[in-house]
Write a protein that binds this ligand. Structure first.
Ligand SMILES: Nc1ncnc2c1ncn2[C@@H]1O[C@H](COP(=O)(O)OP(=O)(O)O)[C@@H](O)[C@H]1O
Ligand SMILES: [Mg+2]
Length: 244
């Protein structure tokens, strides 16, 4: 049954009179693990920023739980989301403090913060790093802290923009398994941007192919990959050729 948590209608984002994102209609369903794949410069990050309300489009409507968002309600809705990017952008403080920060800003009690930080450090297998300074972490450790910092907010939607692109293969595989477990166990609606077919196949249930700022194909991940339409065939075909 359909239960859209976010919807885009007639979105058009232009930069210097060039359209970089054009979406007539797109719905993200509650509980969906959506993958977004496409070539460099296709507009993937722009789409993520639009869905996550980090940038409000000048043209079109975004709805959260069927209610249109305006400049006034955007901030309140944005607080229900969490975003993790390729660069973890940790602050100049300990791992513990980085993970605690979101709750501190929300004025949660010291006890709640302590309990939740311990819990999420444990989930992401970084309890032993609690006192370590964020700048002294490996890439994989930093990304674990980044994800703990996002999940501790219990977001309604988790947005991931190529979070594993800079990691070596074994680190990436382990982290993919862990984050997939977490989002499944918490039933967190997730938007996952990647240019890596392996990540997409493993992590997502649905897949949108974005090319030239437009969603050329959308559906269950295995269907889109097995039966690319004319518009996405070249892009997906190159991947299939490489892996066959
Ligand atoms: N603020 C901006 N100013 C100018 N051009 C931009 C801006 N943001 C994105 N673009 C352009 O829009 C297109 C899509 O960018 P982006 O969403 O980052 O693509 P992707 O994440 O798929 O690589 C690119 O051609 C990029 O150069
Ligand atoms: Mg990008």
């Amino acid at each position: 049954m359909k239960n859209p948590i976010l919807a885009l209608e007639e979105i058009n984002i232009e930069v210097r009179n060039r359209s970089i994102l054009k979406i007539a209609n797109f719905e993200l369903q509650a509980g969906e693990l959506l993958g977004v794949m496409g070539p460099n410069g296709a507009g993937k990050s722009t789409l993520l920023k639009t869905l996550a309300l980090l940038e409000l489009p000048t043209k079109g409507i975004i709805k959260f739980q069927n209610k249109p968002i305006n400049a006034n309600s955007a901030l309140e809705v944005r607080r229900k989301f969490a975003v993790a990017l390729q660069q973890s952008l940790l602050l100049d403080m300990s791992v513990y403090q980085n993970v605690a920060l979101g709750l501190k800003i929300r004025n949660r009690s010291r006890r709640e913060i302590k309990e939740k930080v311990s819990y999420w450090l444990e989930v992401f297998k970084i309890s032993h790093l609690a006192k370590k300074h964020a700048y002294h972490l490996s890439g994989g450790e930093a990304q674990r802290v980044n994800l703990a910092r996002a999940m501790i907010l219990q977001p309604e939607i988790l947005f991931l923009d190529e979070p594993f692109s800079a990691l070596d293969f074994p680190t990436k595989v382990q982290l993919l398994k862990d984050i997939k477990n977490v989002v499944e166990q918490t039933s967190t609606t997730t938007v996952f941007i990647s240019h890596d077919l392996m990540e997409i196949k493993y992590f997502t249930n649905t897949l949108a192919i974005l090319i030239d700022g437009e969603i050329k194909q959308y559906g269950p991940t295995d269907e889109v990959l097995s039966f690319p339409n004319r518009s996405s065939a070249t892009f997906i075909g190159e991947w299939n050729q490489l892996l066959s």
